[in-house]
Design a protein around this ligand. Structure first.
Ligand SMILES: *Cc1c(COP(=O)(O)O)cnc(C)c1O
Length: 370
């Protein structure tokens, strides 16, 4: 029936490109449990420097990265303040509570994804035997595809610091936030340098994205980033922080079973992604806007304007009443999406404009049925 699958369930579904596979095959390897994998070491040094931290730890998943981060900041009987919708509260099986006896204190998000400062402050417990010890503020950017405002990141982390809390950022999609922010700022005009070929606009643009990522990360004591989401690597995340913090996280990673051996095979994919797949996230964002525009023209669909690569859609009125079979209908047309709470479509490396247009047509076709 359909030529190929258009998989919009998540940006985790990407296949490694031929160039990424070649980089993996060529990577020098060693046993990383002995600290002897040169490619893992290179990745850790690269991502730490890129985000402005002393040290980094390569981990298999974003979940393990957040777990190591929270447990390196908090001990038994401590508590972390977190948003209701954040991955490290809602979507990680309660790992910090299960493995670390760390209690979450979830707060409701404002519509823009922020947590109101007054509510953060009110949630910080006094030093009293009745209460868990509030130790950490954990935030996420992007959150459900939303870019959190820099002023709020600055104020929320300053508030945490004022009360002696540490700060952690779940930046699984930090580079999506950085790309979106860098596009809002100045356009890049490469400076001509006498006697040299002009600097490529592309690398100037990538430098600007890295600068923006560093600016966001700079508000936090620790940051977790995923290489396996929009960056297109098959596996892998990194946790960054101070040398001392990463030493603690390293011990926790071992306990969690995350000490991997010739992991340079995977780190090579992450290094390749940092070299080649960061700036192109802008294409995913453009495709998400194209998808949103197409879907918004269908009666009964309320489409949240995407800031990055995730499009949320709510069905209203008659469309809501008829929407039950939509996901299955799309699947029969070779279009995959998720509808756990709301309809969600995620763009990535392996979808193009034609795929997005097919998805829009399939949704329109569903609601056009008698
Ligand atoms: C995907 C994701 C994670 C977890 O990453 P896994 O590699 O799937 O464990 C953590 N936080 C956010 C915001 C994510 O989107």
């Amino acid at each position: 029936m359909h030529e190929s699958l258009v998989d919009l369930r998540s940006d985790t579904v990407t296949q490694p490109t031929p160039a990424m596979r070649a980089a993996m095959m060529a990577a020098p390897l060693g046993d990383d449990v002995f600290g002897a994998d040169p490619t893992v070491n290179a990745l850790q040094e690269r991502i730490a420097a890129l985000l402005g931290f002393e040290a980094a730890l390569f981990v298999p998943t974003g979940t393990q990265s957040n777990l190591c981060g929270i447990l390196a900041h908090c001990g038994r009987g401590d508590e972390y303040i977190v948003g209701q919708q954040q991955h490290c509260y809602r979507w990680e099986g309660g790992g910090a509570a299960v493995f670390g006896s760390v209690q979450p204190q979830p707060l409701d998000h404002a519509p823009d994804g922020t947590l109101p400062l007054a509510q953060i402050e009110a949630a910080i417990k006094p030093d009293d035997a009745h209460f868990a010890r509030t130790r950490l503020l954990a935030l996420e950017n992007t959150l459900g595809g939303k870019v959190l405002p820099m002023d709020w990141l600055r104020d929320a982390t300053a508030l945490a610091r004022k009360h002696g809390l540490a700060t952690h950022l779940d930046g699984a999609r930090l580079f999506n936030a950085a790309v979106a922010q860098s596009q809002q700022s100045k356009p890049v005009r490469p400076e001509p340098v006498e006697g040299l070929a002009p600097a490529s606009t592309s690398s100037a643009r990538t430098d600007l994205v890295f600068e923006e990522a560093r600016r966001i990360a700079g508000h936090f004591d620790s940051v977790s980033v995923c290489f396996s989401k929009g960056l297109g690597a098959p596996v892998g995340s990194a946790l960054v922080g101070s040398r001392e913090f990463i030493a603690r996280a390293h011990r926790i990673r071992k306990m969690a079973g995350g000490g991997m051996r010739q992991a340079g095979l995977l780190a090579a994919a992450a290094l390749h992604a940092l070299d080649h797949h960061v700036e192109r996230l802008a294409e995913d964002h453009a495709l998400a806007r194209r998808l949103a525009q197409g879907l918004a023209a269908i009666p009964g669909l309320r489409v949240e304007a995407p800031q990055t690569n995730i499009v949320f859609v709510d069905l209203e009125g008659e469309a809501a009443a008829r929407g039950a079979g939509l996901i299955d209908h799309l699947k029969a047309q070779g279009i995959l999406a998720t509808g756990l709470y709301r309809l969600r479509f995620v763009t990535h490396l392996d979808v193009d404009a034609a795929g997005v247009d097919r998805a829009v047509a399939a949704v329109r076709g569903f609601f056009a049925q008698a």
